[in-house]
Design a protein. Sequence first.
Length: 301
Amino acid sequence: MSETAASLSHKIDSASDLKGVVRTMKALAASSISQYEQSVSALTDYYRTVELGLSASFRASEPGMSAVNTASNTIQRDTDVIGVIVFGSDQGLVGQFNEDVADFAIKTLATLEGKPKVWAVGERVYSRLADAGLELCKGFSVPTSVNDIAGLVSQIQINSETHATQSRSASVYVFHNRPKTGALYQPVSQRLLPLDRQWQQSLAQIPWPNKLLPEILSSQTSTVSALIREYVFISLYRACAESLASENASRLAAMQRAEKNIDELLENLESEFHRLRQNSIDEELSDVLAGYELLNYSPKT
């Protein structure tokens, strides 16, 4: 069925409107990336500060492990349950963002001993993990701004700690997408808990940045407990911020591809519209010339 000028004009108008929507979404994604990248940068410095504090505390006294046991409340537990936190997205138009992190989590968990129980951040990744047959404990909505991340992390901590107490979860893993130079993102994982002796020793080996070694003024137990709470909180906060930065980078790339495809579609539609219009003009001119010749034709008698 051949296109008419009216139908082509309607398609051009629709494509132009869609291009406007894509441009708006692209601008929103670009502006969102900036705030999340700044948050990740600030978190990196704070995360380093907490690590140095824990390093100094562990070097000060070897028995600091008792504080770790008290604060984490997950040491020497049964190993039949693995707590899993996966960060994804609520909205679409992000390419393979949710598929990549979900598939990475599924493959990684398949190599671990124990039954995974999952807390998913984002409806899209929640559905993906549920389809894979994993046990979903709870789903959370994705924060819409940096200011909402702290509230989400607090909810995750409350729910995961409550469930860990009931199920005696031995370990907790965090999966999310992290921005990567030269690419949009890459899926990564972190074993958040347990805070075992190996973790303690690795932190104790971190060198102090200068020759002025710190001194712990309060009791070591309270200091380590406070630092561990910050360590867990900031680990989840950074994972969420990195996931949001990756999500918006993926959305920006998807919108750029969509805009390119729309431009190509508009170019084809406009070319077809002009060709059809020119053909119509040519036909009208041909009819005019034929009529002129007919009027000026005088048959011989």
